[in-house]
Write a protein that binds this ligand. Structure first.
Ligand code: ADP
Ligand code: MG
Ligand code: MG
Length: 198
């Protein structure tokens, strides 16, 4: 969460510029506000010794309540559902992969988007697939593969026509622009990979 908050803060302007092209220009500011709040919540939860599952449920709730835009409830719901899928003080790669899958499923249920709709799902879904394909590897290896898959999915949103969210109002004119939510998803998976790499 620290690494994600730092990555979002470092890329705030870029995320908002992407959103200005096909949305309302607030994606960077929305997430910067949300992850600033998450960073504070997270430090307190760590100090309290809260376990990984309840930790994710709690920070997901913080995102939902601190972000006005569509992305906050979507990411917050994903984190909450991932947290509910984790139990105990530690998790191996297979357990984290299953938790990520539960998070993605909840996000898709809430937003109704599928791969190809030009949303964060286009980065999130391949990332979860790559993570789960590396279930027999260590966490850092799985996270590195997930980050690479998220970045590929992110770049693949450029030629797509948006079918969900604000960008869908543009119809054909959404073609040729990279999706801001897919971009923030890729940043978060890269942050996860870097924080797990020794
Ligand atoms: P808003 O559109 O409310 O201003 P943001 O700018 O914070 O919200 O987030 C926009 C991003 O949210 C989009 O780039 C897209 O990736 C994602 N998004 C929007 N609607 C959906 C949806 N229904 N399902 C999945 N992702 C979505
Ligand atoms: Mg926006
Ligand atoms: Mg908005």
């Amino acid at each position: 969460m620290r690494a994600a908050a730092a990555a979002i803060a470092a890329h705030e302007a870029e995320l908002s510029a992407l959103d200005a092209a096909i949305g309302d220009g607030d994606h960077g500011a929305n997430l910067r506000r949300g992850f600033s709040a998450v960073a504070v919540t997270a430090e307190q939860l760590v100090a309290d010794g809260v376990q990984p599952g309840p930790f994710l449920v709690e920070v997901g709730g913080t995102l939902i309540s601190s972000v006005g835009g569509a992305a906050g409830p979507l990411y917050g719901t994903a984190l909450r559902s991932a947290g509910k899928a984790l139990s105990g003080p530690a998790a191996d790669t297979a357990a984290v992969g299953a938790a990520l899958r539960a998070g993605l499923d909840a996000l898709c249920r809430l937003g109704g988007a599928q791969v190809g709709d030009k949303t964060m799902v286009d980065a999130f879904a391949p990332a979860v697939g790559a993570f789960q394909s590396a279930a027999d590897q260590d966490l850092a290896t799985a996270a590195l593969r997930a980050a690479a898959a998220a970045e590929e999915g992110m770049r693949a949103t450029t030629p797509l026509r948006a079918r969900k969210g604000r960008a869908s109002y543009l119809g054909e004119r959404s073609i040729g622009h990279q999706d801001p939510g897919a971009t923030s998803t890729a940043l978060m998976f890269r942050a996860l990979a870097e924080s797990l790499t020794p």
